[in-house]
Write a protein that binds this ligand. Structure first.
Ligand code: PPS
Length: 292
């Protein structure tokens, strides 16, 4: 088994997956020309990216809502730093929608224009880790640690794409005034998706009719997305994801960590994150049954 360092490379203090991007390409992003109409979805890995990509696609594309268009999320809301498809980002028609796991300081400089919209989605770190651990089993480029404890220690040391969970969130949160940004959590989306869809529409200045909003909410439910090949990432190239080993849309809930982490492991998370987490202006919940 390769060590974490062997499947990652470091670029300006941040880890990226080898084979999926290059330092030369990342070098071009600082000067990537931003438009006011662009929308950037920012997440730490396994925090609700695909879910929110789908919501954005459904909000912007009637053809997605009514089933008349086949385009999948990798085309609708492509990754900024990982080019899975051959898309000309520079000449793409507006509004351009992008996803990214980049830390705030590696984003294109032009994003600090105060106009371009940024949506940040965060998820509690225990569920993030458990989701990531399972994801390493299906992602061909991310070498999984066979030993759960080793995988956990890598996560807690930030030896993974996008580095340490709390650094990513703290960085974006502390620099919120540099961007035109809203923050959402996976947990609030899970608890009340309609309110979150309305919040996103409001931020984007998109006024959908009530029944269109309801359609977005319905098609963004876990079960509907699981069935929708445009939305469930099963169209990702087989040399990136091995769908025979598991599914990208796995459980889609809050608190799955309780089925896997021991009390001692959960306490280890707390010892690393709790103090800094309490200073963040976000409310996570840790079990599907808990109030937000
Ligand atoms: S990635 O690889 O960073 O883009 O992954 P990301 O999309 O951020 O996170 C994947 C997890 O999000 C869950 N998911 C959902 N949960 C609830 N409802 C919906 N509609 C939904 N869509 C995706 C997905 O199942 C992964 O979480 P786990 O816990 O592994 O199930």
């Amino acid at each position: 088994m390769e060590s974490a360092e062997e499947y990652l490379f470091e670029y300006n203090g941040c880890y990226f997956v080898k084979n999926l991007t290059t330092a030369e390409y990342l070098d071009t992003l600082n000067d990537f020309k931003i438009r006011d109409s662009d929308v950037f979805l920012v997440t730490y890995p396994k925090s609700g990216t695909v879910w929110t990509q789908n919501i954005l696609s459904l909000i912007y594309h009637e053809g997605h809502r009514n089933g008349s268009e086949e385009a999948d999320l990798l085309d609708r809301v492509p990754w900024l730093e990982y080019k899975f498809r051959d898309i000309d980002y520079v000449n793409r028609t507006s509004p351009r929608l992008f996803s990214t796991h980049l830390p705030y300081y590696l984003m294109p400089e032009g994003l600090r224009n105060g106009r371009t919209k940024v949506i940040y989605v965060a998820r509690n770190p225990k569920d993030v880790f458990v989701s990531y651990y399972h994801f390493t089993k299906i992602n061909i480029h991310i070498k999984d640690a066979q030993d759960f404890e080793i995988a956990m220690e890598r996560f807690l040391a930030g030896k993974m794409p996008a580095n340490l969970w709390i650094d990513h969130i703290e960085g974006w949160s502390a620099h919120r005034d540099d961007f035109n940004i809203i923050f959402l959590t996976y947990e609030e989306m899970k608890k009340d998706l309609k309110s979150c869809v309305l919040k996103i529409c409001n931020f984007l200045g998109k006024s959908l009719a009530e029944k269109e909003v309801d359609k977005v909410v319905d098609m963004a439910s876990f079960n509907k997305m699981k069935e929708d090949p445009r939305a469930n990432y099963e169209t990702m190239a087989p040399d990136v994801l091995d769908n025979n080993k598991g599914h990208f849309l796995r459980k889609g809930t809050i608190g799955d960590w309780k089925n896997i982490l021991t009390v001692a492991q959960s306490e280890r998370f707390d010892s690393i994150f709790k103090e800094r987490l309490e200073k963040l202006p976000f409310k996570f919940c840790w079990d599907i049954k808990d109030e937000l």
